[in-house]
Design a binder for this molecule. Sequence first.
Ligand SMILES: C[S@@+](CC[C@H](N)C(=O)[O-])C[C@H]1O[C@@H](n2cnc3c(N)ncnc32)[C@H](O)[C@@H]1O
Length: 233
Amino acid sequence: MARLRTLGVGPGWHCLDVGAGTGTVSRRLLAEAGVASVLAVDRDVRFLSARPVSGLDVLEADIRAPDALPGRFSLVHARFVLMHLPERDHLITALAELVAPGGVLVLSDAVDLTSDRTPGTPYSTVMRAMWQGLRATVGTDVSWVPSYPHLLRGAGLGSVAAGIHVPPLLPGSPISRFWADTWQRSRAAMLATGLVDDRAVDEAVRYLDSEECAALSAGMLTVWGWKPGEAPR
Ligand SMILES: C[S@@+](CC[C@H](N)C(=O)[O-])C[C@H]1O[C@@H](n2cnc3c(N)ncnc32)[C@H](O)[C@@H]1O
């Protein structure tokens, strides 16, 4: 939200939230940024439809067919969506097409900040298994994410820039609880990689919640680029 507000998103903006999930960002755009409207698109709209609010329009659609998405928007936004879709390269071009002249495309996805020199810890071992398991089962591939600025430029957007948010892994912090919960839900896929067993996952959960933990979380890269032209807002 801080980035979106800095980019000027606010009253008068018509927004598209792609893969909106439960609608966290869509609802905050309306309630906090005061935008005019948000079209929230997802292939599963149960959570979006469950809590209607004024200005929030819900569309059940597969975003891999973006031609089905109506109109042009001052903001086109997708968070933690494209990293899961093998068509991400083509989709970035298609989403850029949906930005109105003077509008902005904003994408956020996870970046893996480990390297060959990252020390082996219970956390790093399990994270490696998680990325590999998600890739095998869902098609998730975060290795593309650092290329997003280049891809946005290639899609004809200007003034492209990006930043990374890396929340600290402190015991009991929201991000630590998020990873522990994610490991529980993707445990089967992680075990199937052969890189970890149940004991390793349990140990990593304990490690994450202990004072012993000394690790770097995956980050969230946010990239944005502007469509040339005057804003019609
Ligand atoms: C990790 S969630 C992110 C939700 C939301 N953007 C957020 O950041 O809170 C990914 C969302 O993308 C949706 N999604 C994945 N593939 C999709 C597709 N092909 N078409 C439409 N929605 C899709 C999922 O249903 C899910 O709600």
